[in-house]
Design a protein around this ligand. Structure first.
Ligand SMILES: Cc1cc2nc3c(=O)[nH]c(=O)nc-3n(C[C@H](O)[C@H](O)[C@H](O)COP(=O)(O)O)c2cc1C
Length: 276
């Protein structure tokens, strides 16, 4: 597929087409990527998994502090214990491979102790840097795995049961999951998820969201034409009623109106983070 077609599939927003840019297979692949939640039973080779871990840990790292850690969960008892916490997402317990990407502010703290220096890494800066390093490692593995023909699904819902997940994985203070990653060979095609129009997500020389409302209306309609959300999947109908037109923005506004992740801040505060 050409860039022009791949960009049209991803955005369909009439924005820049990248026509004339030199062909690049990897970028074309990124434009057409999609999350996969159903996998064949074929187990990826261990050598491929080793390669993906090495690639993930080749991601950029803030200040070269290298605050990402990757934990592979292969013990069947631990896999099913974690999976059982999230029955609405069966792929968590059943994907052939499951990694957890950890923000690891502990290692730098320990290095300070080893070198006799006053490192205090439970700060907001320490948390933020470790989170970003883990997220970059996660996304690097995602793109590399997909380019090797695998399908993946990041799993941040594990943070909703952070106390239980941390106990299963024996996570120490200052180490926290950013997300899990289900991985395996895709059992189906999946679909490319239309992204917001670039006039809503890109800015030139100064931030300007004055056209947001129109851009979102347009996006809702185009996304609905591709994949409409069935009436029975409308969220919080008791609270917000049944919408005649239920687009992406209505769905996301309803989703975001219910705060998620309440257990995460107290967990972090009880496990070494002061956020000062
Ligand atoms: C940090 C992060 C956490 C995610 N957590 C979950 C999750 O817990 N469960 C899930 O099924 N999908 C999860 N996803 C997948 C997103 O729902 C998916 O990326 C999004 O719908 C866009 O689809 P696409 O990746 O196919 O373009 C997560 C994605 C990211 C980046």
């Amino acid at each position: 597929m050409s860039y022009v077609d791949a960009i049209a599939q991803r955005f369909g927003d009439g924005g820049p087409t990248a026509e004339g840019a030199t062909d690049n297979e990897f970028i074309c692949h990124v434009l057409g990527r999609r999350t996969v939640r159903r996998y064949s039973t074929t187990m990826p080779e261990e050598s491929l998994l080793d390669l993906l871990v090495a690639a993930a840990l080749s991601a950029s790292a803030k200040s070269d502090f290298q605050q990402a850690s990757i934990l592979r969960v292969s013990d069947p008892a631990k896999r099913s214990a974690i999976g059982a916490l999230f029955p609405a997402m069966p792929w968590i317990g059943t994907s052939p491979v499951f990694f957890v990407f950890l923000g690891d502010a502990r290692r730098l703290q320990r290095i300070g102790e080893l070198r006799g220096k006053p490192v205090r890494n439970g700060t907001l800066e320490g948390f933020f840097n470790a989170s970003i390093d883990a997220a970059l490692a996660l996304q690097t593995m995602i793109l590399c795995a997909e380019s090797a023909g695998l399908g993946v699904c990041p799993i941040s819902v594990i943070r909703n049961e952070i106390d239980k997940v941390a106990a299963i994985l024996a996570l120490p203070d200052l180490v926290f999951p950013v997300a899990g990653l289900c991985l395996g060979y895709p059992a189906g095609e999946g679909y490319i998820s239309l992204r917001l129009p670039r006039r809503a997500t890109t800015h030139h020389d100064a931030y300007d969201d004055s056209a947001l409302s129109d851009a979102i209306d347009d996006y809702d309609r185009r996304r609905d034409a591709r994949h409409s959300i069935p009436r029975e999947q409308q969220r919080s109908v008791a609270e917000f009623g049944e919408a005649a037109f239920y687009g992406w923005s209505e769905d996301k506004a309803r989703q975001a109106a219910k705060a998620e992740g309440a257990a995460f801040p107290p967990y972090l505060r009880a496990h070494g983070f002061t956020f000062d």
